[in-house]
Design a protein around this ligand. Structure first.
Ligand code: ZN
Length: 130
């Protein structure tokens, strides 16, 4: 699985700061840098999503892509944030099976280090909140 630096760069506001662009008219949120809502033709504004929420569902992935062997198994979760938006993200610090409805909080974690470029990739993960 190749992630080019340009893709990482393009997704940076979302990946690092949980920022999205949101249409002020219909409320639709975009992870990408969408300047104008395709539905309303309204200028979107940059907003920061809430950093806490509840776990709605989750999945455990044992068949991990190449380069992620150290992180096996991977957990992914659908989290409903306090501001009502929903997000799918990797879960971290999972010590036992996640429970539906549990409180989660966003944390910045290393995804992997690219040995050839020395680039370390970070992303937003969710972990159980205490
Ligand atoms: Zn809209």
């Amino acid at each position: 699985m190749e992630v080019s630096p340009s893709v990482v760069w393009r997704n940076k506001p979302y990946r690092y700061r949980l920022e999205v662009r949101r249409c002020p008219k219909c409320g639709r949120a975009f992870r990408e840098e969408v300047e104008v809502c395709p539905k309303c033709n309204e200028r979107t504004e940059r907003v920061r999503m809430a950093g806490r929420g509840k776990l709605l569902s989750w999945a455990k992935v044992c068949q991990v892509p190449e380069g992620f062997e150290d992180f096996s198994p991977l957990y992914f979760g659908l989290v409903e944030l306090e501001d009502g938006s929903r997000i799918i993200a990797r879960l971290t610090d999972v010590l036992e099976e996640p429970k539906i409805g549990m409180e989660m909080e966003a944390v910045l974690r290393k995804v992997r280090a690219d040995g050839s470029t020395g680039l370390i990739e970070y992303a937003i993960f969710f972990r159980p909140a205490f």
